[in-house]
Design a protein around this ligand. Structure first.
Ligand code: HEC
Ligand code: HEC
Length: 217
């Protein structure tokens, strides 16, 4: 379980770095998140923000943006990381340590991030990727690819259990598309497995580039 141990040390370093309610009781075993009384707000500000940003609009593409994400989708993902069911290697390393969060804390965290002004691309110039735009809006019927807009909405804002994708980091989007296409690492991935089955990797990249720029600063 090397991956889990790596996770714990990252987690611990971050929590020990801030003098907070959460770190106050953290011991050498990394029990920093084992604080059922901490509010979602405290956890979000003192902990999640280290990676996802205080405004939920992380700068580093290593960390997905959460701002304005759909609440039901957030609850699903947090539940799946917590239950160790969303299991790609990055998720294991960075997110499996939230297994001590209570259901109440999960609900509060989902509410907080969903209420933030929606995630945006930080790039300075936009060039519309027309191939990506075409797939997003119309799909690619010759390869059985359904239009992304059909489920995620024409502005990519999602609804309910379907995530907001516009303004998300393109490298994160691409990584998730390939995770759905090639693995069973995401337990709620059935629809996306169908969508991506015949989407070729070049087009996956084109559509990811287009989607990030769909919500631009
Ligand atoms: C040490 C860095 C780190 C911390 C702290 C962290 N995360 Fe994450 N989080 C990540 C990474 C990396 C991913 C991407 C995992 C993947 O690729 O599957 C992620 C993914 C997520 C996702 C999935 C996003 C999506 O679009 O599907 C959610 C939701 C999330 N984190 C919420 C949180 C919350 C809430 C907290 C605080 C309790 C938190 N994270 C703390 C690094 C972190
Ligand atoms: C039939 C409905 C449907 C269509 C069409 C669809 N999606 Fe999805 N998509 C979903 C659902 C549902 C999820 C959430 C899956 C989960 O919870 O793991 C999702 C998740 C995603 C994610 C993960 C987001 C994150 O934050 O981790 C990405 C990226 C994505 N879709 C991109 C696309 C692209 C690109 C297309 C078009 C080529 C597309 N989707 C078409 C239903 C759809």
């Amino acid at each position: 379980m090397i991956k889990v141990r790596r996770f714990t040390s990252t987690w611990l370093m971050l929590t020990l770095g801030v003098s907070s309610l959460l770190s106050a009781c953290s011991g050498p075993t990394g029990r920093a998140l084992d604080q059922p009384k901490a509010t979602g707000q405290e956890i979000a500000q003192q902990f999640c923000s280290n990676c996802h940003g205080l405004d939920g609009n992380s700068v580093s593409p290593q960390f997905p943006r959460l701002a304005g994400q759909q609440k039901a989708y957030l609850v699903n993902q947090l539940t799946d990381f917590k239950g160790h069911e969303r299991r790609d290697s990055t998720g294991r390393e960075f997110m499996w340590g939230i297994n001590h969060l209570t259901n109440q804390q999960v609900q509060e965290l989902a509410e907080i991030f969903s209420m933030m002004p929606p995630m945006k691309s930080h790039s300075n110039s936009i060039t519309i990727n027309t191939r990506g735009e075409n797939i997003f809006l119309n799909g690619d019927p010759s390869h059985n690819v359904i239009a992304c807009a059909a489920c995620h909405g024409p502005d990519g804002s999602g609804q309910g259990e379907i995530p907001r994708i516009s303004g998300q980091h393109q490298s994160y989007l691409l990584k998730q598309i390939l995770t759905f296409k090639y693995t069973n690492d995401r337990p709620r991935g059935a629809l996306m497995q169908q969508v991506t089955h015949d989407l070729n990797p070049d087009d996956a990249k084109n559509v990811a580039v287009y989607i990030e720029e769909l919500n631009h600063k």
